[in-house]
Design a protein around this ligand. Structure first.
Ligand code: NAD
Length: 248
């Protein structure tokens, strides 16, 4: 168990899904968590349930982040969005927005947090990447590009932060049971006229050695460990949690 008593954390996109699970898990180990999300109601709901604070923020609006001063010990860059489309039809503005949310905003938040982390000689940057940070799939050009890019950024943060005991890592889940994925399952079941379970086994989990969805709490456990003192030598790495999807 990680003891995070006295630590402060910021989790982006923590109004739901993986981010909310991370916020809850970090708080359960004693951290004081700020729940950042563009959905203010959900941010307040999660924050109230864990004794944390809500920050209603649209991270697509990056200009205010350039002058931000962030006093957090643990930064979890989690907010992300998906668009599935062939490249030749991919809307350029959507491409730019996805890069802004999943690369530029994390860069600006890290930039805002490092002075505090360096001053106290401790910090944890945890980027929720994806198996798509390491592998490509068709029709996900902006997502795969943004996730590959944050892998690179995370390693540079690890290289610069090392002398200050600031670690930086990526977490790389396969399919996680969130509303986003459950929606995809329902859509595919309707299109193929098969059951949701068949979609899961024959489409989403076809390449997975372990045939179940990852739970948000599974990811949160790993994030919590990476945030702990025990993970002080784990840095510049990509922590794959994909049920064996990328192993075969
Ligand atoms: N679900 C999966 O299977 C899966 C797998 C691998 C990686 N991931 C990654 O995990 C992260 C979280 O995914 P999730 O499935 O929990 O998604 P989700 O859609 O359930 O939650 C994302 C949260 O981010 C918030 N958000 C979106 N745009 C925002 C913005 N502009 N500003 C502030 N907040 C914003 C949303 O309001 C939402 O609460 C993403 O980076 C995603 O790429 C997800």
């Amino acid at each position: 168990m990680a003891d995070l008593t006295g630590r402060t954390a910021l989790v982006t996109g923590a109004g739901g899904g993986i981010g909310a699970a991370c916020a809850r898990a970090l708080a359960a180990q004693g951290a004081k968590v700020t729940v950042a999300d563009r959905d203010g109601d959900r941010a307040h709901e999660v924050a109230a349930s864990i004794g944390g604070e809500a920050w209603e923020v649209d991270l697509l609006d990056v200009t205010p982040l350039e002058t931000l001063d962030l006093s957090v010990d643990i930064l979890v860059n989690n907010a992300g969005i998906q668009t599935v489309s062939p490249i030749e039809e991919f809307p350029p503005e959507r491409f730019r927005a996805m890069i802004r949310l999943m690369l530029e905003a994390p860069f600006l938040l890290v930039r805002a947090a490092l002075p505090h982390m360096y001053a106290q000689n401790f910090g944890r940057v945890i980027n929720i990447s994806s198996v798509h940070g390491l592998r490509a799939s068709p029709f996900k050009v902006a997502y795969v590009a943004a996730k590959h890019a944050i892998e690179g950024m995370s390693k540079v943060v690890a290289a610069e932060g090392g002398p200050h005991n600031v670690t930086s890592n990526c977490v790389n889940p396969g399919y996680v049971r969130t509303p986003l994925v459950e929606g995809q399952i329902a859509d595919q079941a309707a299109v193929h006229k098969i059951s949701a379970d068949e979609v899961l086994q024959t489409v989403l989990l076809e390449r997975s050695a372990i045939k179940r969805l990852i739970e948000p709490d599974d990811v949160a456990e790993l994030v919590t460990w990476l945030a702990s003192d025990a993970a002080g030598m784990a840095t510049g790495s990509s922590w794959v949690m994909d049920g064996g999807w990328s192993a075969q």
